[in-house]
Design a protein around this ligand. Structure first.
Ligand code: ADP
Length: 277
């Protein structure tokens, strides 16, 4: 399936949208993360306005929209990373598997093991490859085994490239390998959800393509929620797309094919065809 969108230079390009032959498309949607009336403020400035969404399990949900519309803020609400920003103030509910993550009895550190995060710039610790992977388990006081390390590195499609250098620094890897190491670190504690904030935008196209292929595999086991400024990427890799627009409003949330081929909201059509950004 194709639709024509425009690159920023105005030239028409073709956007491949995930095809419905994909087995995942036939799975019924089971909500894993839902928000209800979610508002976020930085001091007095509102960044998200009354967001209601139900994100399905074992699918890829892409968050798209112009810069500053609240995509990263939304992502950070899901595993309470906004707690670390003094100016941030959250109202409403973020429900993960039936429990509001903002309830007083939720431990944000434990929550972040269940809802891991991968950032734009690969950020391995200045430690060995092995120690990067085992870090999340050791802070829980868990013993780690060689099998745990292998499983996480295989899960991140990195094992074959690093199996003979596990004691070398993670910082000596290429950018794309470092990002896959960060994904291995996120999956080692066996999370349910992986949040990714523009995980390929600092990588070259080959490394980015490997991460896209990896996301396709990860979603067999995990739920992936990804912020991307790249609409072609959203169309290629996601099952669902949420479009945020200026003012922190969630304007449309639907199957990716519907968003890119037949959006209901004219502002979404204008955005994805490049009429404004
Ligand atoms: P996006 O990810 O869509 O680019 P963000 O979530 O980063 O949007 O930002 C949404 C709004 O919140 C913007 O107006 C931004 O300036 C503001 N904002 C984001 N982070 C902070 C922060 N740490 N302190 C104050 N304002 C912030």
């Amino acid at each position: 399936m194709n639709m024509s969108t425009q690159e920023t230079d105005g030239s028409p390009i073709s956007t491949d949208v995930r095809t419905t032959e994909n087995a995942r498309a036939d799975r019924p949607d089971e909500t894993v993360v839902a928000t209800r009336g979610l508002d976020v403020y930085y001091n007095d400035d509102q960044a998200l306005d009354d967001i209601d969404i139900e994100i399905p399990e074992n699918k890829v949900t892409a968050l798209i929209g112009p810069s500053g519309c609240g995509k990263s803020t939304f992502l950070r609400c899901i595993n309470r990373m906004n707690d670390q920003i003094d100016a941030a103030h959250v109202e409403g509910e973020v429900v993960f598997k039936g429990k509001n993550v903002y309830d007083d009895d939720v431990d944000p550190v434990a929550l972040r093991r269940k809802i891991g995060q991968v950032f734009q710039k690969p950020n391995p610790f200045p430690k060995s490859i092995r120690d990067n992977v085992t870090y999340g388990l050791e802070v829980q006081g868990k013993d780690t085994s060689d099998e745990d390390v292998e499983r996480a590195l295989r899960g991140a499609a990195l094992w074959d490239e690093v199996k003979d250098q596990l004691d070398e620094s993670g910082l000596d890897l290429s950018g794309g390998q470092q990002q896959r190491l960060c994904i291995a670190r996120a999956i080692a504690p066996d999370p349910e959800v992986i949040l990714m904030d523009e995980p390929t935008s600092a990588l070259d196209p080959v490394a980015a393509s490997k991460i896209e292929d990896l996301i396709d595999e990860l979603v067999e086991e995990y739920t992936v929620i990804i912020v991307t400024h790249n609409m072609q990427q959203a169309a290629r890799i996601s099952d669902k797309t949420a479009v945020f627009l200026t003012g922190g409003e969630l304007v449309e949330f639907d199957d990716t094919a519907a968003i890119f081929e037949n959006p209901s909201d004219s502002r979404v059509e204008d955005y994805i065809t490049g009429k404004f950004g």
